[in-house]
Design a protein. Structure first.
Length: 274
């Protein structure tokens, strides 16, 4: 981009009130080795986006779906969240395992990958270790919820996530006994991840009709978007796609509303201190 083009873009951003996002878009993500290749059989990798803040900033770990697309997640959400003032680490869970899509093992390991990324971030002097959230999409969304669900994984980690956000996750079988605030964003018409199952989790019921103890765990916030399907935030799905018998389709109103809900939730849970 020429200097003239940059100036025009910045002026346009100022007129639309989005100068911060325009400036953030100028900085590219840095490819990082999250772990020493000699320390793990599948050392994680990812894209890291820093902030311009002088002191430690809140941070976010992004987890992709079972179909990979971690670079698209970084481009679509990593860049946007970084423009809000957060350090962002988008994790590649499949590449280091030699996979293009999840196998059963990778599905199970996704929540563990979240904590591996968290352990990397808390060592960064530009990150406030007490203000890190995890955000996931589809299987990554389920992993995000599992990361703050009371259990061995969360209890055994010395480092903790302070919030979790899940885009169209499968809520089947989740206990919903959260140790940190959680937000679920899902389409009413999603036929791959059920909004009804997520409502059950939020209301304290499991899929066998057993309710968890009242007031046990941190409350979960649920936003269901009418008319929205699975992967409603993926702009490449303007033309609907049927994948493995499931309907995937971009929905701009749901995407815009989810962006606003995400920004508000991050601000309330790990955002700038008073």
């Amino acid at each position: 981009m020429t200097n003239f083009a940059k100036t025009v873009a910045l002026l346009a951003a100022l007129l639309t009130g989005s100068a911060a996002e325009c400036i953030a878009a100028e900085s590219s993500a840095t490819y990082v080795e999250i772990e020493n290749p000699l320390a793990s059989p599948h050392p994680l990798q990812g894209y890291l986006r820093q902030t311009k803040a002088a002191g430690p900033s809140p941070a976010v770990v992004l987890l992709h779906s079972c179909h990979g697309n971690w670079k698209r997640i970084d481009e679509r959400w990593g860049k946007r969240i970084a423009s809000w003032g957060y350090v962002v680490l988008t994790v590649d869970s499949l590449g280091p395992r030699g996979l293009e899509i999840c196998d059963d093992r990778a599905r199970i390991d996704s929540a563990g990958d979240a904590y591996r990324a968290l352990n990397f971030l808390v060592r960064d002097p530009f990150v406030d270790p007490d203000r890190v959230a995890v955000i996931g999409f589809a299987n990554g969304g389920r992993a995000a919820l599992m990361s703050v669900d009371h259990g061995f994984l969360e209890q055994s980690s010395p480092n903790k996530f302070r919030a979790a956000i899940a885009f169209y996750p499968s809520c089947l079988g989740l206990k919903g006994e959260m140790t940190a605030p959680a937000l679920i964003l899902i389409g009413e018409l999603d036929d791959w991840a059920s909004a009804k199952q997520c409502r059950n989790v939020v209301e304290g019921r499991d899929d066998w009709g057993i309710s968890r103890q009242k007031d046990k765990g941190v409350p979960i916030k649920l936003t269901v978007f009418p008319g929205a399907y699975h992967a409603f935030d993926a702009p490449q799905l303007t033309t609907p796609l049927v994948l493995k018998g499931h309907h995937l389709e971009f929905n701009k109103p749901a995407t815009d509303q989810s962006s606003e809900a995400l920004r508000e939730f991050l601000g309330a849970t790990i955002g700038a201190k008073e």
